[in-house]
Design a protein around this ligand. Structure first.
Ligand code: NI
Length: 161
């Protein structure tokens, strides 16, 4: 069912609009409206998660780091084991001789996931880290369904409709 559309005008610096327009094509957006809708949804999603610190959330923590940094691998492993109840699975890629890319799939209360992510990202040797969260019961999905574990791979799970 089509939703009612609201049109509004926005004022901003010409330079900012030009830079934005230049990126639209690169990213494959057909219009400013579609790009703005995505930005607003992302902003609202982040705000919703922050407003419900005790709510169950799903997320990914992406880390880029130098494993030769003193003790980093050991400290990361120790922190991961301390928070094993929040970590569904981990993907690790050895990028080259020094650099690693790691993606952790997380599930737990918003505040605990943020606390864990902040502690990891703040570690010396982590070059880049970013947490992406979404509330587990957001976006009109049926409530009260538990994700089901399947046998087709460690840590692989999804919810059946
Ligand atoms: Ni590695």
């Amino acid at each position: 069912m089509a939703q009612e559309l609201e049109r509004f005008s926005v004022s901003m610096e010409k330079q900012l609009v030009e830079a934005f327009d230049a990126k639209l094509g690169e990213k494959g957006y057909p219009s400013r409206s579609e790009a703005l809708r995505d930005l607003m949804r992302g902003w609202l999603n982040d705000a919703a998660a922050d407003e419900h610190p005790k709510s169950e959330a799903l997320g990914t923590l992406t880390l880029f780091y130098d494993h030769t940094q003193r003790d980093l691998a050991e400290r990361l492993t120790a922190l991961g084991h301390e928070h094993h109840h929040l970590i569904l699975t981990t993907l690790h890629f050895h990028v080259d001789h020094e650099r690693c890319l790691e993606v952790l799939a997380l599930k737990g209360p918003v505040a605990l996931l943020r606390g864990f992510a902040d502690a990891v990202i703040a570690m010396k040797g982590i070059v880049h880290g970013k947490l992406v969260l979404t509330l587990a019961d957001a976006s009109g999905k049926p409530r009260g369904r538990k994700p089901t574990r399947h046998s087709h791979g460690p840590g692989h799970w999804h919810t059946h409709g």
